[in-house]
Design a protein around this ligand. Structure first.
Ligand code: FES
Length: 461
């Protein structure tokens, strides 16, 4: 399998053979989460055939020794200082923001991108271990996060309304630096650059979306245009509830919406806004289901993600956390691998001989009468069918459960009554919408499409 091509097809809605799997934390993570040597990274059971890997550029830190209590201190290339608690691995506290006082702005020096050179020498080596995989390069934290650390949280939010020009000046310097980082990712072979950023908390925006549109959207467009100009895809991972600006982000070139908390915005909402138009990449929700759910909950969420986001000729990439950090139950991590592996290859199984999915010998009805095998086409994919059986039966045997999406809420529907009464199973058949597939027999060469809303007539009557 060409893993790189598979990812491209998923992003571009070009009917990938199956839904790709991306691993978080391979080949190693850097920066404020610590450096892991890529040779030491092992793969958990079931992920060996992963399609994409993650690599993260964070900050370049200078060690500043310890404070009087033994906590480790470090300074980033931007000049903010962090305290890492004794024994801490993932925790840190910013204790000094260089632009907490705007009086320092004149003398503030933006870092030179050359400080990143050593990082990229190491990452180039790590990339070489996986020559055939799609490489997703993260810039995490992204520009807004970095501005928060340089200026300070409260000061930045206040300054958006009192000293906006100064904030934009700092933002411009950050974007300039990250564009240089993008070039370096390109040089070592990345296929996509994903920025991880924040404009929101769990319940909504930290500031007005109107302000973001008027003053910051253009900065992101500049970055996205640059990434595209380098021949790479653009991803954006946002913390918090930001669904309101997803159409803006798509408009300025975001190719993949990267989510670690898919249930926060609601999988149905995501399907409505992104389904069939914008590729979503998601883990099982890292703050709820993966952390406190059961393996059964994880299975259900994986199925919902795949069904609602990934069954329209692409548009979904499954992501798993490689190991149980920071504190995810191991059985849940394993369950997320198993569930995604089960559902993401469902479409691929459609192409195999279907005997596994048919009841060939029923205890009451007896043996299935063998009829002539024919081919039908479902959303362009060839499916094996038996002449005369209902379309819905052929689809069920191919493990296709979603037949249509409702008109107002874009919810998936499939077989319900199975006797031609409820209309839940209607599809567009040979250009004719609203055909009840549970009572319509298949014919050789039939073209069947998942119906959106009320469907559209494609043939003359
Ligand atoms: S499933 Fe009810 S009409 Fe087909």
């Amino acid at each position: 399998m060409d893993h790189i091509e598979l990812m491209r097809k998923a992003i571009e809605f070009k009917n990938p053979a199956y839904i790709p799997l991306e691993l978080v934390e391979v080949p190693g993570i850097f920066g404020n989460y610590g450096l892991r040597v890529s040779e030491e990274v092992s793969l958990i059971e079931g992920t060996q055939d992963f399609d994409a890997l993650d690599a993260t550029f964070c900050y370049i830190y200078e060690d500043m020794g310890e404070d009087s209590e033994g906590n480790r201190l470090r300074r980033s290339e931007w000049g903010f200082v962090e305290k890492v608690p004794i024994g801490g691995k993932y925790d840190y506290l910013t204790i000094k923001n260089p632009l907490a006082d705007w009086g320092n702005l004149k003398s503030y020096e933006f870092p030179s991108p050359s400080v990143t050179d050593e990082f990229f020498v190491g990452m180039k080596k790590a990339f070489k271990r996986y020559p055939d995989r799609f490489k997703v390069a993260y810039i995490d934290p992204g520009p807004f996060y970095t501005a928060l650390f340089i200026i300070g949280y409260e000061k930045l939010l206040m300054s958006l309304y009192t000293d906006l020009d100064k904030v934009k000046y700092v933002f411009d310097g950050i974007i300039h630096y990250y564009i240089e980082v993008v070039k370096r990712w390109k040089d070592i072979g990345a296929h996509m650059v994903t920025f991880t950023d924040t404009f929101a908390y769990q319940r909504g925006f930290l500031f007005s979306p109107k302000l973001w549109r008027e003053h910051f959207k253009s900065f992101y467009k500049k970055m996205f245009d640059f990434v595209h100009g380098q021949g790479m895809y653009v991803g954006l991972g946002l913390d918090g509830e930001t669904i309101e600006i997803v159409p803006d982000l798509k408009e300025i070139g975001m190719d993949v919406f990267d989510l670690r908390q898919p249930t926060l915005m609601g999988i149905d909402n995501l399907a409505k806004i992104c389904g069939g138009k914008l590729c979503v990449k998601a883990t099982i929700d890292m703050q709820t289901t993966l952390y406190t759910g059961t393996p059964h909950d994880i299975h259900l969420e994986a199925e919902e993600l795949v069904t609602k986001l990934g069954e329209r000729n692409g548009g979904f990439i499954a992501m798993v956390i490689r190991e149980s950090t920071p504190g995810y139950p191991e059985e849940n991590v394993r369950a997320s691998v198993e569930a995604f592996n089960h559902f993401r290859k469902r479409r691929q199984r459609m192409n195999k001989p279907d005997s596994n999915f048919r009841v060939l010998d029923h205890p009451i009805l007896g043996k299935m009468e063998r009829k002539e095998q024919i081919n039908i086409y479902v959303d362009g994919k060839k499916i094996l069918a038996y002449e005369g059986e209902p379309i819905a039966a052929s689809l069920a045997a191919a493990r296709i459960k979603v037949f249509r999406f409702t008109s107002t809420r874009a919810e998936p529907r499939g077989i319900f009554c199975a006797i031609g009464r409820c209309t839940d199973c209607v599809m567009t058949v040979n250009g004719e919408p609203n055909v009840r597939t549970c009572v319509t027999p298949v014919e050789a060469g039939m073209k069947i499409e998942t119906q959106k809303g009320l469907g559209r007539w494609q043939k003359k009557i």
